[in-house]
Design a protein around this ligand. Structure first.
Ligand SMILES: [Zn+2]
Length: 69
């Protein structure tokens, strides 16, 4: 079966296509309860255009071995 027939556009947004200089990449947990705090922290650190890497557990997921969970 052709997967394209199953797709349905639900949102349209045109983002700028030109190259940009990003601020730091930020690894963060996906828990929405910390969004406001993360936003305030990044603003305080003058990180206005972060490239967000959102994973469950945030950076500790990358820092610890699976045996430590
Ligand atoms: Zn979390």
């Amino acid at each position: 079966m052709d997967g394209t027939r199953l797709r349905r556009k639900v949102f349209h947004f045109d983002s700028p296509a030109e190259a940009y200089t990003a601020d730091p990449a930020v690894v963060c947990c996906f828990d929405h309860r910390i969004n406001l705090t993360v936003g305030k922290f990044l603003q305080r650190k003058a990180i206005l255009h972060p490239d967000m890497i959102i994973v469950a557990g945030g950076a500790k997921t990358l820092a610890f071995s699976p045996q430590r969970f």
